[in-house]
Design a protein around this ligand. Structure first.
Ligand code: CAA
Length: 286
C-alpha cells in the first residue's frame, strides 16, 4: 500500500523542511505544532523555501502553488489518527521524544502505520519501547536544509519489522526522491558519528586560541572544498542540537572526542544558538 497520508510532529527547522518535501512530492501532510509562534514561523519558512525553489527553477510554479494547499498545520494531535506514516521532529530531548511516541501510539489508528523519528542520535529502541508496536517504529533521519540535501538515513532497531522498513525506504526513495543509506541503531548513526567529532574539534581549536573562527572555516572551504566551514555549519544545525547530539554520543560511547567542549555549553546557556537566534560563532541578520 503506497503511503500518501503523512503526519509530521513539530514545525521547527527540520519538521517544516520535512513537511515541505513531503507536500512537494504530492502527499497530503498534517503537521502538529502546539506552539503558535513556531507554527507561524514554520509556515513562513516553507513559503519562503517554495518561492526560492520556484525562482531557482527547482520546482514548477504550479507545484509550488499546490504545496501549501496540501499542508495543514494544526495544534491537535488527534489530527494524526488516519496517517499511514508519521515523522516525529520535536527537539532532540529524549523525554520529549519518548512522550511523543507514547502519544502517537494512542492516537494513530492505522494498524500498519509507520512511526518514524527524525532523531539525530537518540536510540530508536527507546522510542519503540514507548509504544505497543515496536515493529512499526524506525528512524528516518533527514539533513538540513531538507529541500536541498538528498540524504535520508534509515535506522532500524532490533525490533523493527522488515515490512515497515521496506515501506519507509520506498516512500523516501520513490516518492521523495531521496538517497537512502542504512544504519544500525547506534547513537549518531553514520553521519553524525563522523560529523560531530569534526565540529567539536573546530570548537576546541577556536576555544584554545589556535586560530580565528573565520580562518578555521576558510581553511575547510578553500582547502577541502566543503560547502561551508565547521563553525558556520554548527550555526546552521543549531548549537543546542549539536550539543544534544554530542551528549547522546558521549553517553553511548564514553569517548572524549564526543564530549561537548565548555565553550559550546556556555554558548548554549547564553542562548547563542546560531542562525536561529541571529548569533552563534558568527552573526546573522534576522
Ligand atoms: N528548494 C530547492 N532547492 C534549493 C532551495 C530550495 N528551497 N534553496 C536553494 N536550493 C538549491 C539552489 O538552487 C542551489 O542548487 P544548484 O547547486 O543546483 O544551483 C543549491 O540548493 C544551493 O543553494 P544556494 O546557492 O542558495 O546556497 P549555497 O550554495 O550557499 O549553499 C547550503 C547553502 C545548501 C546550506 C550549503 O552551504 C550546504 O550544503 N552546506 C552544508 C549543509 C550540511 O552539511 N547540512 C547537514 C547538516 S547535519 C544535519 O542536518 C543532521 C543533523 O542531525 C545535525
Amino acid at each position: 500500500m503506497q503511503i500518501t497520508c503523512v503526519g509530521v510532529v513539530g514545525c521547527g527547522l527540520m519538521g517544516s523542511g520535512i513537511a515541505e518535501v513531503v507536500a512537494r512530492a504530492g502527499s497530503d501532510v498534517v503537521v502538529v505544532e502546539a506552539d503558535e509562534v513556531a507554527a507561524k514561523a514554520g509556515l513562513a519558512r516553507i513559503e519562503k523555501s517554495v518561492d526560492t525553489a520556484v525562482a531557482r527553477g527547482k520546482l514548477d510554479a504550479a507545484t509550488g502553488e499546490r504545496v501549501l494547499g496540501q499542508l495543514r498545520v494544526v495544534s491537535d494531535f488527534d489530527a494524526l489518527a488516519d496517517r499511514q506514516l508519521v515523522i516525529e521532529a520535536v527537539p532532540e530531548v529524549e523525554q520529549l521524544k519518548v512522550a511523543t511516541f507514547k502519544r502517537l501510539d494512542d492516537v494513530v489508528e492505522h494498524g500498519d502505520a509507520v512511526l518514524a523519528s527524525n532523531t539525530s542520535s537518540i536510540p530508536i529502541m527507546k522510542l519503540a519501547m514507548a509504544t505497543r508496536r515496536p515493529e512499526h517504529v524506525l528512524g528516518l533521519h533527514f539533513f538540513n536544509p531538507v529541500p536541498v540535501l538528498p540524504l535520508v538515513e534509515l535506522v532500524t532497531s532490533l525490533l523493527t519489522g522488515s515490512d515497515a522498513a521496506a515501506r519507509a525506504v520506498s516512500f523516501a526513495e520513490d516518492s521523495l526522491g531521496k538517497c537512502v543509506i542504512r544504519s544500525q541503531d547506534r547513537a549518531g548513526f553514520i553521519v553524525n558519528a563522523l560529523l560531530i567529532p569534526y565540529l567539536l574539534s573546530a570548537i576546541r581549536m577556536l576555544e584554545s586560541g589556535f586560530a580565528s573562527a573565520g580562518d578555521i572555516d576558510t581553511g575547510m572551504v578553500q582547502g577541502c572544498a566543503h560547502p561551508m566551514g565547521p563553525l558556520a555549519l554548527t550555526d546552521l544545525i543549531g548549537l543546542d542540537t549539536t550539543m544534544a547530539v554530542a551528549e547522546s554520543l558521549y553517553t553511548e560511547f564514553k569517548e572524549p572526542l564526543y564530549a561537548p567542549p565548555p565553550m559550546l555549553s556556555r554558548m548554549v546557556d547564553a542562548g547563542l544558538l546560531g542562525r536561529k537566534t541571529g548569533r552563534g560563532f558568527f552573526d546573522y541578520v534576522r
